[in-house]
Design a protein around this ligand. Structure first.
Ligand code: FMN
Length: 218
């Protein structure tokens, strides 16, 4: 009897440990808006994800080069309970977006802002909005509650290089949609796209790894 109780108790403890461990696990979804398959942004994302996973969380990367998402057409079908009229990769992404605790937006700097691929992806959030019965000033819709972060690479490295991209991120994703900002990594000085990616000659890959590790401390 005693050994049986002992074994059952041990099993319960092990099971509780597994459940607690899984409850602690965050789901991090990285949306990669860079065009080059092994470019600066893709490498930055890989190091970030390595940090996230080493800290015991789940991470998934969606490449917007492999999964084409077009910008919103403003037809408003989604506002009348209908599915999006555009039949592209975004529709399969919706369940993955919904279960994620943190959305990480990754992009090279194109003409001083995020890439058009990433912008198009963000526009499609329109169909994730729900009517807000008690809207704060200036809002008529609410979005799922999530954390977010920004990862960017660029050729230049001036103090103002990322100003427009950061402004858009804060304005649209943090202030308007209401995501909770977990931080930004603005990796300047990675070289232009005329030649091999240069990010491995900068400290940014290590910074991305450390950012990923510290995202959800355990
Ligand atoms: C169309 C285009 C526009 C760009 N615009 C800028 C820019 O405004 N400022 C800048 O510093 N770098 C600019 N760059 C350089 C890229 O941001 C930089 O090389 C980036 O690290 C490329 O990322 P990738 O290797 O992931 O493609 C531009 C590159 C391209 C192709």
């Amino acid at each position: 009897m005693i050994p049986y109780i002992y074994i059952t108790g041990l099993k319960t403890i092990v099971l509780l440990c597994i459940i607690t461990e899984e409850a602690d696990m965050k789901k991090v979804l990285v949306i990669q808006g860079g065009g080059r398959v092994n470019g600066n942004t893709a490498q930055l994302v890989d190091y970030f994800v390595k940090g996230v996973e080493e800290n015991g969380h789940l991470a998934e990367i969606i490449s917007l080069t492999r999964n084409v998402v077009r910008g919103c057409l403003g037809c408003n079908a989604c506002r009348y309970g209908k599915p999006c009229i555009q039949k592209d990769a975004f529709n399969d992404m919706i369940p993955r977006i919904k279960v994620a605790d943190c959305l990480v937006f990754a992009s090279p700097l194109y003409f001083w802002t995020i890439s058009s691929q990433l912008k198009a992806f963000i526009e499609r959030f329109y169909c994730l909005a729900e009517e807000d019965s008690n809207p704060p000033l200036g809002r008529y819709e609410k979005y799922p509650v999530k954390d977010c972060a920004l990862l960017m690479t660029s050729a230049d490295e001036f103090f103002w290089t990322f100003e427009q991209a950061v402004s858009y991120y804060q304005f649209a994703l943090v202030n308007y949609i209401g995501f909770h900002d977990m931080g930004m990594l603005l990796a300047g000085g990675c070289g232009d796209t005329n030649g091999k990616p240069q990010i491995d000659k900068t400290p940014h890959l290590q910074e991305a790894y450390e950012f990923g590790k510290k995202l959800y401390p355990k």
